[in-house]
Design a protein around this ligand. Structure first.
Ligand code: HEM
Ligand SMILES: N[C@@H](CC(=O)c1ccccc1NC=O)C(=O)O
Length: 265
């Protein structure tokens, strides 16, 4: 395959053109002359690429679940979990940056912050988070805000998991309104206990859902520790109390029913 350049000349596909490296490698633009700022930018860009891939895979996972395809869903979940592991471990790289190295360019970040990562918020919404407060960081009418709002109004991954169980023959209560947060449900927990006792492919999928929930919580924990060691108790550039706020977001499971049943297994 070949494509034409702006002068109309045919260009053979190459490594650089296939991967759009001119654009990609031109997209790191430090605002200071400090050595460490490039690492900060690269890490965040890598995160956003992985978030893109995770959103791509979760969409596929939902399709597989809703079609009752256990093997495909399990494989996709494994890929998602492997990527999640990589993004959690990536925090090690940023932790090689000392507080004073970060302080050398932190003021140049102005009021920008992780609160503005639309893909992270979209991922949370796809998994099941329903919290309109996150929208305050995105301008009305922005494409980013619309993607988060859309994700909050579609069935979440947890809803697709429930559809999958129903497809597999388990009769269970449907969630009346997918735009509302998941409330723990004793009726649903009774069905989940049966899923685990039957010990089929559905229980493997359920275990991977727990892995996913645990992985997201691990990310939060590692992020908070990174924040504590890098900026201590300083307030965040995004206007929050910083580490104190972030600590309050720990232990907020996405799939509470899957945790609740474990004391009965
Ligand atoms: C030195 C490194 C980092 C520091 C000091 C830091 C600090 C903070 C702080 C203080 C907040 C609270 C918002 C605020 O008031 O600013 C926050 C939120 C956030 N950060 Fe970071 N961060 C770091 C790296 C990262 C990385 C690598 C990511 C990956 C994308 C990330 C993603 C987020 C997200 C998604 C939030 C929102 C969390 C929530 O509201 O639950 N941060 N960060
Ligand atoms: N909120 C951080 C700054 C920060 O980490 C950040 C700034 C801009 C873009 C991404 C960031 N990462 C995650 O919050 C701080 O208060 O130092």
């Amino acid at each position: 395959m070949s494509k034409t350049d702006p002068t109309g000349t045919r260009q053979a596909l190459s490594y650089a053109s296939y991967l759009a490296l001119d654009e990609l490698l031109d997209a790191q633009r430090p605002r200071s002359d400090e050595h460490d700022e490039l690492l900060f930018i690269v890490i965040h860009q890598v995160y956003e690429l992985w978030f893109k891939q995770l959103l791509h895979e979760t969409r596929y996972l939902q399709e597989n679940l809703e079609a009752g395809r256990t093997a495909h869903a399990t494989r996709t979940l494994r890929r998602i979990l492997t990527v999640l592991k990589v993004v959690v471990e990536q925090i090690d790289v940023l932790e090689t940056m000392t507080p004073s190295q970060f302080s050398s360019f932190r003021a140049r970040l102005d009021a920008s912050s992780g609160f503005q990562s639309a893909q992270f918020r979209e991922l949370e919404a796809v998994l099941g988070r329903r919290d309109e407060r996150v929208l305050t960081h995105y301008p009305e009418d922005s494409a980013q805000r619309k993607r988060i709002v859309d994700a909050m109004s579609r069935p979440s991954l947890f809803d697709s998991f429930l559809t999958y169980l129903a497809e597999s023959g388990y009769s269970l209560p449907r969630r009346a309104d997918v735009t509302r947060p998941v409330e723990p449900s004793p009726d649903l927990q009774a069905v989940l206990l049966k899923v685990y006792r039957d010990d089929g492919g559905q229980s493997v999928v359920a275990e991977h859902m727990v892995d996913l929930d645990e992985g997201m919580q691990e990310w939060r924990y590692r992020h908070v520790k990174m924040v504590e060691r890098t900026i201590g108790d300083k307030t965040g550039t995004g206007g929050s109390s910083g580490a104190t706020y972030l600590r309050s977001t720990l232990f907020r499971p996405m799939f509470p029913d899957l945790w609740a049943v474990r004391s009965q297994l």
